[in-house]
Design a protein around this ligand. Structure first.
Ligand SMILES: Cc1cc2nc3c(=O)[nH]c(=O)nc-3n(C[C@H](O)[C@H](O)[C@H](O)COP(=O)(O)OP(=O)(O)OC[C@H]3O[C@@H](n4cnc5c(N)ncnc54)[C@H](O)[C@@H]3O)c2cc1C
Length: 479
């Protein structure tokens, strides 16, 4: 990148390719070309989002940029439904519902992180047997208002093909429907790519959104950090049903060797059994599922060590995939695009600096998500070999080990949930949810909570109770 960056070439037209095209063409003046082959299928799954999709793409809350998306148009075009949370069925003795943001939990993260208040609130909730069930959550919703309001925080479920078509209509880009057959490199990274009709494409910068194929980035660096030890699930049997269900949440049901998702879009239901074939055969998985799945997807949990290398960046599945829990994939894709844009806006020519800062930043985020996902599995469930393995020391990362050590004696603070930098302009938003999962899993003991709460002064005790009440009231008013 010797000269000023003027044009960007994206290869791949799945969700990550079209999110990149949409955000870059609407937020910058770069000339964007997208090359995508309809002969190579997209992964065809990935239908649940986190709140960041709503914040950035639909509502523009965080960045205040105007992407001009009409929510109703989006909902209809993408067969989308509201996702207010995830219901964890069978993971713990009592099923629990993890909301995206609406009640107290989301609000914990917005308190100006005062660890004492945060811990006092957590201790009070554990002591008072806070009810985390889906039915309680929705009865609160129904009592105070039935509809999702414009300023609430929520996520979506959508049709993975339709989101690409929708973003295409909102992007100002040149489209070439051709396969990339060859990639030529030089000392600056990618020199040019050769398409199936033998045309050659040069560009100042390339974005690899070719999914698990990694068609571009593999020519520069394909050092892969494998997370299989910690997240052993590596297969998914997926299927769609032409039935509508009214749930405004993703259901995540614990299974013998993993878990099963159910995602309602407007006109159908998407399902998948995520499992580890180290613990059961494919036939056993199908038998447990008790339906004939549409297809099997194999994957490897982990990420590229260097997903930005010279003049090429890998975004989406080409750079990282953990597993579908908590919909971290589309979330990471959006953070990747915004981080990339922020870095090139500030220091376009500092290639080495940008590469290092970006890779450190994204790698830390991915580790943070790995540990967050892992935390869900530490639920005490031990009824199969898979679940026994998930409670064993083999899956413990440093963060989980340290956290479990703290939990024996004390309540944790958010900075123990993996070391991510918090960047004001790029939202992460999972730390409050860690508390939620810790409580649901029974990892925060009553005796530790009680001891913590008892030690508070009368003033602080009262203040905590008031805070919780205030949040409840505020949250209910919000809904
Ligand atoms: C089982 C499973 C469940 C998931 N569930 C969720 C979820 O609920 N929420 C979530 O956030 N994420 C989920 N994900 C991840 C999600 O699917 C991806 O983040 C999302 O679909 C983006 O994929 P992608 O665009 O990176 O890759 P793909 O969809 O694979 O797209 C790759 C594109 O590159 C093109 N291409 C490839 N090679 C070439 C070439 N040589 N020349 C030209 N074009 C080429 C293809 O045509 C295709 O268009 C899930 C993933 C899996 C495996």
């Amino acid at each position: 990148m010797d000269n000023e960056l003027k044009n960007i070439c994206i290869v791949g037209g799945g969700t990550s390719g079209w999110l990149s095209a949409f955000l870059i063409s609407n937020l910058t003046d770069y000339k964007v070309t997208i090359i995508d082959s309809d002969k190579v299928p997209t992964i065809g799954v990935g239908e649940g989002t986190t709140g960041i999709f709503t914040d950035v793409v639909i509502k523009n809350y965080v960045h205040k940029f105007n992407l001009n998306i009409n929510e109703l148009e989006f909902l209809h075009a993408c067969d989308a439904t509201y996702k207010l949370g995830i219901n964890f069925e069978g993971w713990t003795k009592k099923d629990y519902f993890e909301p995206i943001d609406l009640l107290l939990w989301g609000r914990l993260s917005t308190i100006d992180v005062d660890h004492n208040i945060e811990r006092s609130i957590v201790s009070h909730l554990v002591n008072s047997d806070y009810d985390m069930s889906e039915s309680t959550y929705f009865s609160v919703l129904n009592k105070y208002n039935k509809n999702v309001r414009n300023d609430d925080v929520y996520a979506y479920h959508f049709d993975s093909d339709k989101i690409c078509e929708f973003l295409k209509t909102k992007s100002n880009v040149t489209i070439k429907n051709l396969k990339v057959n060859h990639v030529l490199t030089n000392e600056n990274g990618i020199d040019e790519i050769i398409l199936e009709d033998d045309t050659r494409v040069k560009s100042d910068f390339f974005i690899d959104c070719t999914g698990f194929r990694r068609a571009l980035i593999k020519e520069l660096s394909d050092e892969w950090i494998n997370f299989n030890q910690f997240l052993p699930v590596n297969s998914a049997y997926v299927y769609r049903e032409n039935k509508q269900i009214a749930n405004r949440y993703t259901n995540a049901k614990a299974m013998n060797c993993g878990w099963k998702w159910t995602i309602p879009t407007r006109s159908r239901t998407g399902n998948g059994y995520i499992f580890s074939d180290n613990f059961c055969s494919h036939d056993e998985a199908v038998r447990e599922l008790d339906v004939e799945p549409d297809r099997l997807i194999k994957f490897d949990s982990g990420h590229l060590k260097y997903s930005w290398n010279k003049n090429c960046i890998a975004i989406g599945l080409s750079s990282v995939f953990l597993e579908p829990m908590e919909a971290t994939s589309i979330h990471t894709t959006i953070v990747q695009i915004l981080t990339f844009l922020e870095l090139i806006r500030n220091n376009q020519f500092a290639i080495q600096y940008n590469n290092r800062v970006y890779n450190d930043y994204i790698n830390k985020l991915v580790e943070h998500f790995r540990d967050f996902i892992l935390l869900h599995y530490r639920s005490g469930k031990q009824d199969t070999e898979f679940w026994k393995y998930m409670q064993s020391d083999s899956v413990k990362t440093d963060t989980i080990t340290e956290l479990e050590e703290v939990l024996k004696y004390d309540l944790p603070t958010q900075d123990m949930f993996g070391s991510i930098h918090t960047n004001q302009t790029i939202p992460y938003g999972t730390t409050a949810l860690w508390y939620f999962v810790l409580i649901a899993n029974g990892m925060i003991s009553k005796s530790v909570s009680k001891k913590y709460f008892e030690k508070l002064s009368d003033h602080d005790k009262q203040n905590t109770i008031n805070q919780v009440q205030k949040f409840y009231i505020e949250s209910r008013n919000l809904i």
